[in-house]
Design a binder for this molecule. Structure first.
Ligand SMILES: *Cc1c(COP(=O)(O)O)cnc(C)c1O
Length: 461
């Protein structure tokens, strides 16, 4: 009998997990030295993972070996110290370890009756987050897959609340015939918000756009009159420049009109957790909902996002479900997220926060910002142009013409010391540097700058 080995029990669980630990350690040990981008040969070998579905069982140890032999070499080393693409954090060792342990528990955190311990860890992690970010302590925290899902969750609560105030029960009646909801946000709101609005039936095209300044901040002098039912979306951390909308002014205008304010703070919300950046999010606690990621700046493993809603009743109403077999507790995870069954994501967040403490989180944020400034200073000193005010962890770099910038970035990606992507900022092509990893050091920044300059000097059109 292959499935339960009577000698070793559970097909060699002991050996299998030790083997996984050994392989993981080997991978992580090499993570700071291997090329950030996988070589072509490694990508070609991925075909080995794609045979016909076998008719017969394979020993589990062999399965693990196949994954490690063929998939590990073709990973992008986003967890290493010189990955500056998109906004991608690494994973703190303790959060990886806690993630493993929670996977061994295999708890379903949808209802506390299925997992008292994981539910408790999530509740505590949520309370710690609210404390750390300076948000109202009685807010609801839903541990979701990322900021996109956090938007869907929080904006569903917003949709419920603003329509309930207009006398419309959207959960019961849907949007057909509902009073139109005014949605206001800057031209620079993140694409994930459009997706959330589309999913919720509020429509991508439903956004009234407000002009922005040179850093991509919403201009409050251009705000249209707000009329309830209304939702204002604010950006805490522009995905290109790292700039912040004037949240205090938006909250004041919204309060007057009875509008709901939702803040996209996928990474920028963490500015609230460090003394030197806190001023960027002035007025943050005056909003109604916030979306952020754990897998970006907090450096917990994928996937991890949090939907925070000031009025727990609003998100409970938006996510309500019941069935006779469901055993409901005081505060079940399923009330605050779109899922019923779900892994215990909050455990990783609890582990990261318990280990870092308040000062450790502040240090992580401030260190990343300091490294972003270091990038900007060194690149600028070498003649590159920095296109944004570096207020957070994001740097936009031009290496001359659009074509030369594009070619230089391609060269940097191929060279392998580090990885940065491109973007377009106010009509110009730019390289985007995002410093979000816990393990990046000053030496990593120096090495990366040296590689960038080497490639740039060789990129002549
Ligand atoms: C990354 C990001 C998102 C989307 O977050 P996911 O976790 O990928 O769903 C939304 N807004 C901003 C500003 C982001 O940086």
């Amino acid at each position: 009998m292959i499935f339960i080995d009577s000698e070793q029990k559970l097909w060699g669980m002991d050996q299998l997990l030790r083997d996984a630990a050994r392989r993981s350690l080997e991978y992580l040990r090499k993570a700071s030295d291997r090329p950030v981008c996988p070589p072509e040969a490694a990508l070609r070998r991925l075909d080995e993972l794609d045979p016909k579905l076998p008719d017969d069982p394979t020993p589990a140890a062999e399965t693990l070996r196949l994954i490690d032999d063929f998939a590990s070499p073709a990973t992008v080393t986003t967890t290493g110290p010189r990955y500056f693409g998109f906004v991608v954090g690494g994973a703190l060792p303790v959060s990886v370890a806690a993630h493993w342990l929670a996977t061994a528990w295999d708890q379903n955190v949808g209802m506390a009756v299925m997992s008292p311990s994981a539910s408790r860890l999530e509740q505590v992690a949520g309370a710690w987050l609210l404390d750390l970010l300076g948000l109202p302590p009685t807010s609801a925290c839903g541990f979701v897959t990322g900021t996109t899902t956090a938007h869907i969750t929080a904006l569903a609560a917003a949709r419920h609340a603003v329509l309930a105030r207009a006398g419309w029960d959207v959960e019961r009646r849907g949007l057909n015939g509902a009073p139109p909801v005014q949605i206001v946000g800057s031209r620079e709101i993140h694409s994930s918000l459009y997706r959330a609005l589309a999913v919720l039936g509020l429509g991508r095209d439903g956004v009234t756009h407000v002009d922005v300044d040179s850093q991509g901040r919403l201009r409050p002098d251009r705000l249209p009159p707000l009329r309830a039912p209304a939702i204002v979306v604010a950006q805490a951390g522009n995905v290109n420049t790292g700039a912040f909308d004037p949240i205090d002014e938006l909250c004041a205008a919204a309060a007057e009109a009875g509008a709901w304010v939702h803040v996209d703070g996928a990474f920028g919300l963490w500015a609230a957790a460090a003394p030197s950046t806190r001023r960027l999010v002035a007025g943050l606690a005056g909003a109604d909902s916030w979306a952020t990621d754990g897998h970006k700046w907090l450096n917990v493993p994928y996937d991890s996002g949090v939907a925070i809603v000031r009025d727990p009743a609003a998100v409970r109403a938006a996510m309500a479900m019941s069935a006779s077999y469901l055993v409901r507790g005081q505060q079940d995870g399923m009330e605050f997220t779109p899922e019923l069954s779900r892994r215990a994501r909050g455990v990783d967040v609890w582990a990261a926060l318990r280990t870092l403490g308040r000062s450790g989180v502040a240090d992580l944020i401030e260190r990343s910002c300091a490294f972003a400034r270091r990038f900007a200073e060194q690149l600028s000193a070498a003649g590159a142009e920095i296109l944004n005010d570096v207020v957070l962890n994001q740097v936009l770099v031009s290496f001359g013409s659009d074509e030369r910038t594009r070619r230089t970035v391609e060269g940097i990606q191929k060279e392998g010391t580090c990885w940065c992507g491109t973007t377009e900022w106010q009509g110009r092509v730019a390289m985007r540097i995002s410093v979000s990893g816990w393990n990046t050091t000053a030496d990593d920044v120096n090495r990366s700058v040296a590689a960038m300059l080497r490639v740039w000097s060789k990129t002549v059109l």
